[in-house]
Design a protein around this ligand. Sequence first.
Ligand code: HXC
Ligand code: NAP
Length: 264
Amino acid sequence: MSIFRDDVLAGQVALVTGGGSGICKGITEKLMAHGCRAAIVSRTQSKLDAAAAELEAKTGGACLAVAADVRDAGAVESAVDATLERFGRLDIVVNGAAGNFLTPAAGLSPKGYRTVLDIDAVGTYTVCRAAFDKALRANGGSILNISATLHYTGVPLQTHAGAAKAAVDAMTRHLAVEWGPLGVRVNAIAPGPIDDTEGMTRLMPAGMREAMERSIPLQRFGRADEIGDAAVFLSSPAAAYISGAILVVDGGAWMAGGMKLMQP
Ligand code: HXC
Ligand code: NAP
């Protein structure tokens, strides 16, 4: 059972990048469970097809799977067009597509740094622009960028990802200011360590789990459905006067320095 009314997002259409896996699949499931139809977008069609079938079976809603690399502006425009063709409107955009790996700054090539900036920061902008031009400018809507807390303290091995997410946070505030008068709200969620995700399984150094959990004020990792609840709230009329906000959903982890334990 949900804390929100099942129909709180009824009739709305969401486009979620990265929606085929991890946190953003959890977000998509929650949006669909509360009345949204959804398009999920990432590079891998087979992964998206499987996720869309799972999401439809779990929620009874409609999910479109569209392959696009967020670094390819033409492909992003086509994905927005496909969403509008299938569902006739677009109200909510979630930017979750991201790339990351653990590396010391001294082991990072300019190309490696640029790759992560291209996916997270430029990709988020590209998707915002396409959705704004084709739908939100005329109709208003909600944009939700998925950030992180890495750059609040300078987590080791994450210079590239922290820089990219800092850009995403800045963009969230700039777009909230520019597009607010047109009825577009722009917010971000900054998740902490979320269990059973690519981010944690691939990026958490081996053997660090217990120490990391102990260091988190709420004493555990979060779950994708908990990020999904935050996304439903920020997309709903309960957040009608919230724009430019960056909502940290991390059990208090960054304040207690837990993310720094990623140093091997
Ligand atoms: C150093 C690396 C590297 C590594 C890649 N590169 N992996 N450098 N250490 N481990 C460098 C490469 O050497 C290359 O530069 C450049 O990055 C581009 O690599 P490609 O493999 O050609 O790029 P691409 O195929 O586009 O792959 C992008 C990717 C990949 C980011 C590298 O990991 C990816 O596609 N990831 C998507 C899924 C993902 O990362 N999910 C996790 C998100 S979690 P050179 O100069 O060598 O050619 C997240 C969590 C944050 O963000 C918070 C955690 C707590
Ligand atoms: P994930 O499952 O790997 O999510 C990343 C998604 O982005 C994947 O579905 C991937 O699908 C897609 N993607 C990657 N590169 C892309 C590109 N160039 N174009 C289009 N799509 C692309 O990892 P996750 O851990 O759930 O992370 C989701 C979001 O939460 C990310 O923004 C991440 O930075 C953020 N976050 C995660 C954590 C955590 O604890 N996991 C903490 C803080 C923030 P394809 O491979 O099919 O393209």
